[in-house]
Write a protein that binds this ligand. Structure first.
Ligand code: ADP
Ligand code: MG
Length: 452
């Protein structure tokens, strides 16, 4: 069973606990999940008989909606279709997508929630936010290309959409947002078509005829040589004409190892900005912003829930939002106030994880994640600064936090001698005093590792 279907089964179970046995068997027993459209945030259900559909629509929509948002962790519009309608809808959807593909200035691709107003700025993203805003205010004037990177769920797509909204609102420029996946499949489709010459020409025209290109998740192009080649030409063409290009990725350009060198170097031509996981205060601020957006009044109870969630969910804002949605829908479904007891109940799978012990390996993992370096680099003999500093910090933290012996620590770092570990620990203890940046790294990492 697909994971979507599993979620739907869980949703049904939840509905079953909400309504009477007879109602459930009568109205819900043959209600199936058809598909989920993430672009329009719509969940399509399918029902076999018209009279059932009508009852579901008039009486049970709220229950379905809340249960769905609880289980899926996201609010969806619900569309229930009659079985025969299904094929028609699918045809329509395909037609609609095709026509939208051609209409590149369409705002369809931009999620209305992803704007600058809704983007909470913290230390982790203030630079990325500042350059994104600057580019939105003055496209093609200052930072071109702009390259934004960070792990999943930290707001890259949000920032790209925000730039798109802003430019569309303030200028007449032609803006196109595309995920690298879409770019690839469009290219493949045009190459496959029987009328491929014309299609390919249209494809090129579409991408070369715009003023602003926002391309998301460029790491997806790794290993796809033909697509990279096409993107390379698109990039050059736009850049030569001084058109604004904004790229997002889950890694910095140097780490896109299976990407053509020519592309990698172009990505780093101008500004490369990273987004790190949000600190505690930023996580609380994001949670309370969501509360505000839902029109719910903040009170002490909700603030303590915000603190609790921020303590537990550290690395992914999408997960933080999921927790929020679950809490809200649980509270509405059960008509219970939002407080710590409710939050603990709803999020028990997250909270019940046993405290993990700090080990050299867990420290290495956190340090790698923090600095975006690989475990392989950590153990290697590479001596570039972007690797040696994280490596020395990881050794220092292992010494401070695990009580393992120096030779043991050395072993875990690619079989290094214990004297190297001594040297690293000394170096970092001195730098902590002299260098504020290093001091910040170490104290933030200590916090992250202890809280894991
Ligand atoms: P990514 O593209 O990096 O995987 P997204 O941009 O999809 O991440 O963000 C995941 C979710 O978190 C989105 O719903 C987004 O609105 C939200 N989000 C991310 N960063 C912030 C922020 N700084 N303030 C408010 N919401 C945020
Ligand atoms: Mg994204």
């Amino acid at each position: 069973m697909s994971s979507l279907n599993k979620k739907w089964q869980k949703t049904l179970e939840l509905i079953r606990s909400e309504v009477s046995e007879i109602s459930f068997n009568t109205w819900f027993s043959d209600l199936n999940l058809l598909t989920v459209d993430e672009k329009t945030d719509t969940l399509y259900l399918e029902c076999a008989e018209l009279f059932k559909l009508e009852i579901l629509q008039t009486r049970y929509m709220e229950t379905i909606k809340k249960s769905v948002s609880f289980i899926f962790g996201k609010v969806y519009e619900i569309e229930i279709l009659l079985k025969e309608e299904k094929q028609e809808i699918e045809k329509e959807k395909i037609n609609e997508q095709n026509s939208l593909m051609q209409d590149f200035s369409s705002e369809f691709y931009f999620n209305p929630r992803y704007n600058f107003e809704n983007f909470i700025v913290g230390k982790n993203n203030e630079y990325a936010h500042a350059v994104a805003l600057a580019v939105a205010e003055a496209p093609s004037k200052i930072y071109n290309p702009l390259f934004i990177y960070g792990s999943s769920g930290l707001g890259k797509t949000h920032l790209l959409h925000a730039i798109g909204h802003y430019i569309l609102e303030t200028t007449k420029l032609k803006v196109l947002y595309v995920s690298s996946e879409m770019f690839t499949s469009e290219l493949i489709n045009s190459l496959r078509d029987t009328n491929s010459k014309v299609k390919l020409k249209n494809f090129k025209k579409k991408y070369r005829n715009i003023d602003v290109l926002l391309i998301d998740d460029i790491q997806f192009l790794e290993g796809k040589d033909a697509t990279q080649e096409e993107f390379f030409h698109t990039f050059n063409h736009l850049h030569d004409l001084n058109k604004q290009i904004i790229i997002s990725s889950d890694r910095p350009p140097v780490k896109l190892e299976s990407l053509d060198d020519r592309l990698r170097s172009r990505f780093a031509w101008n500004i490369v900005a990273d987004i790190k996981p949000p600190d505690y205060e930023t996580r609380v601020a994001i949670f309370t912003k969501k509360v505000e957006m839902e029109g719910i009044e903040l009170n002490e109870d909700i603030l303590s829930v915000a603190n609790l969630v921020a303590e537990k969910i550290k690395y992914n804002i999408r997960e933080l939002e999921g927790a929020f949605t679950r809490i809200i829908s649980f509270s509405t479904l059960l008509k219970r106030p939002i407080n710590l007891a409710l939050a603990r109940e709803v999020l028990k799978d997250i909270f019940n994880t046993t405290e993990s012990q700090i080990t050299i390996e867990s420290i290495k993992r956190q340090v790698c994640k923090y600095f975006s370096v690989t475990l392989k680099d950590m153990d290697s003999n590479k001596r570039t600064k972007n690797i040696t500093v994280p490596r020395q910090i990881a050794m220092y933290l292992s010494r401070e936090l695990t009580g393992e012996s120096l030779p043991k620590i050395g072993e875990h770092f690619g079989g290094r001698d214990h004297s190297t570990v001594v040297h690293s620990c000394r170096k970092i203890s001195q730098e902590i005093i002299k260098d504020e940046e290093i001091n910040n790294y170490v104290s933030e990492l200590m916090k992250i590792i202890k809280e894991e």
